[in-house]
Ligand binder design. Structure first.
Ligand code: NAG
Ligand code: NAG
Ligand code: NAG
Ligand code: NAG
Length: 598
């Protein structure tokens, strides 16, 4: 309670609290804009298993404010903490739940605790704070997990006669949804930077942000001549133009990874414009990825990301995704990403390995599926060939699917035993992609196998979804960031041709479908009319069929080995499910949905 009251004052002095948190044992505060007039601040208390939240918003007199947690961002069917004022002008704070229609019911168990409230008389800003356990053991509450959390909010006019019956959508004046990684459990103990470290910002240049909901802006730039010499990136983070915090949704910096002499046109415009030169499509190797609500990314102390050098193409491209749901007009923006760079190289170059499925039409997701799973494998023969004797340490991970992905998980198997997952996100969204630091670096040894499983929701698609590069195609990838740099760069799989041929033959001979393996695979998939049985047969096929491995080195060649018709890794013992610490009186329906925090 004391902390919360102090924090109400501290947060006003943004710079002061940033300096203070290193003195205390607590994890730092983070902030997330919720639209242009409110912000969500929070701090994680891992030992207590809870978060401290503080909301600031511009209010009218007696207005109510609801903030909550939602599985995939829908404001309805969500868990809320609501501040409201009754007609006697008493201030209330309740733990509540909105049903499919958005109508609020107060929970039987009240789990939005330690409420503090403060109204600033001169700025019309109201602030309130509360604490919330990750898992309240109440089935009416959302379980806060590792990975993405969708924060929903809405506010409206008061006073209210009662909270029950309020509609969070139709009774609100404004509402919205923001995504963040809420449970940030990494303690940023900033490694020492060498004295010659300098800062290098890659910014957009006075972009007139369109009054469209979504804009992707691309700007190609040439690196400064000093980067003809190899350097290390030690950190990267956002530089957001003041006042535009709610508009800059995510940013990525891509390297135009092609021959050193290729000149890329200095394009500056919408990424999807017809005027965008074709050669800029080569700028797709990710150097940095940041999304709203994320902090800076700091490399571990012995590691740096290599940039520059004699054979390094000198062009990079900044992509900024502007999200403007309030259709603001005339906003000018020069936000971007700032790197900390040094020529004093650290011991290790960071490396990236791509795990998951090959993005080709052998991967397919039938239409009208609520949750269809596909897995990509990195088998022990491949890690055995491609990793050094002591293995590698994975410190970061970027999960990646396109529009229909809802969950991603990479499982880790050693000697037939499943150990803690490498990374997972049970509330994944393609619109919230960042390179995330893992709570602790994970050691992967030669001979380990990794299984990346993606879950897709195609309920609103009428046709089959196939693997591919286009945004309406799908992918299932985990880019892992690690050291020391190893030979292996791609460890992905697809179903073996033989198994797929057998399935298409079965569909033709027994189910009268127009499948034909001599035509394009996509044609056969598209010709199947998807019944429950045919979907189930495809699912079973993907579970059991042998695979074809892409086990490639960083020079683009295949590592020696037999990579066709490989058996999928066998798991002799599964990781035991996590036991929730809940009183026996609670009957739980969530038991299978929660994961380890670490
Ligand atoms: C605060 O609200 C009052 C009444 O709604 C309004 O007249 C005033 O301009 C507001 N002040 C600020 C600083 O927004
Ligand atoms: C904004 O939207 C309009 C209408 O959809 C479109 O014509 C225009 O190109 C968009 N502007 C940008 C910069 O994307
Ligand atoms: C679905 O497939 C049909 C037939 O190939 C095609 O005409 C239609 O445009 C597709 N629909 C969508 C939404 O892609
Ligand atoms: C792996 O290497 C082979 C041989 O160079 C190449 O044909 C294939 O496209 C590569 N696969 C991937 C996924 O890069």
């Amino acid at each position: 309670m004391k902390n919360l009251i102090i924090s109400l004052i501290i947060i006003d002095l943004a710079s002061a609290y940033r300096e203070n948190f290193f003195d205390s044992q607590q994890l730092p505060y983070h902030s997330l804009p919720l639209g242009s007039e409110s912000t969500f601040h929070w701090r994680v208390e891992p030992m207590m298993g809870m978060i401290e939240v503080e909301i600031h918003y511009v209010s009218e007199e007696h207005s109510w404010f609801a903030v909550g947690f939602s599985d995939h961002g829908d404001a309805k069917s969500s868990d809320y903490c609501v501040l409201w004022i009754d007609w006697r002008l008493t201030v209330h704070f309740h733990d509540a739940w909105a049903n499919e229609a958005g109508i609020i019911q107060i929970d039987h168990h009240q789990d939005c605790n330690e409420f503090v409230w403060k109204k600033s008389s001169f700025e019309n800003v109201t602030k309130f704070a509360f604490t919330r356990k990750f898992d309240t053991c109440d089935d009416q509450d959302y379980i806060i997990e590792r990975g993405t959390t969708h924060i929903v909010w809405s506010k409206g006019r008061g006073p209210l006669s009662s909270l029950n019956g309020l509609n969070v959508i139709s009774d609100s004046m404004s509402s919205g949804m923001s995504r963040t990684e809420l449970l940030r459990l990494v303690i940023h103990e900033r490694p020492k930077f060498s004295d010659d470290t300098w800062r290098f910002a890659i910014l957009s240049d006075q972009v007139r942000v369109p009054d469209n909901e979504t804009t992707y802006w691309c700007r190609v730039q040439r690196l400064p001549p000093i980067l003809k010499q190899k350097h290390h990136i030690l950190q990267f983070g956002p530089v957001i133009q003041r006042g535009n915090e709610h508009l800059v949704h995510h940013m990525e910096v891509f390297h135009c990874a092609t021959s050193v002499n290729v000149i890329i046109p200095i394009y500056n415009g919408p990424c999807d414009s017809e005027d965008r030169p074709q050669t800029t499509q080569m700028c797709k190797k990710v150097l940095a990825a940041w999304a709203m609500g994320a902090d800076e990314f700091v490399y571990p102390k012995e590691v740096g990301l290599s940039i520059g050098g004699e054979r390094f193409n000198q062009f990079i491209m900044l992509e900024v995704h502007y999200n403007n749901p309030e259709y603001m007009k005339g906003v000018i923006d020069s936000s971007g990403i700032e790197f900390y760079i040094t020529k004093t190289l650290r011991k290790y170059d960071a490396g990236v390995i791509e795990l998951g499925l090959e993005y080709i039409d052998k991967m397919a997701i039938p239409p009208r599926q609520k949750s269809f799973e596909l897995s990509g494998y990195c088998v022990s023969e491949c890690t055995g060939m491609g990793l050094p004797h002591n293995g590698i340490f994975v410190f970061g991970s970027q999960l990646h699917t396109h529009l229909t992905g809802t969950k991603v998980r990479t499982r880790h198997i050693r000697d037939g035993q499943e150990i803690s997952p490498l990374n997972y996100d049970n509330h994944y969204s393609t619109h919230f992609q960042e390179i995330r630091l893992l709570p602790v670096p994970v050691n992967i040894l030669p001979g380990d196998s990794l299984i990346t499983t993606c879950t897709y929701n195609t309920l609103n698609r009428r046709n089959i979804t196939l693997g591919g590069f286009s945004i309406s195609d799908e992918m299932c990838v985990n880019y892992i960031h690690y050291y020391p740099n190893a030979r292996l760069e791609v460890c992905k799989s697809s179903i073996s041709d033989d198994a797929l041929r057998t399935y298409f033959r079965y569909m033709r001979d027994w189910e009268n479908q127009h499948t034909d393996f001599n035509k394009a695979i996509s044609t056969s998939y598209k010709n199947i009319e998807w019944t429950k049985l045919r979907v189930a047969a495809l699912h079973d096929l993907y579970q059991a069929a042998p695979i074809s491995m892409q086990c490639n080195g960083s020079d683009g060649t295949r590592l020696p080995g037999l990579w066709d018709n490989v058996a999928v890794p066998q798991i002799k013992s599964l990781q035991s499910p996590v036991v929730r610490k809940c009183p026996a009186t609670y009957v739980s329906h969530h038991a299978n949905n929660i994961d380890r925090l670490l």
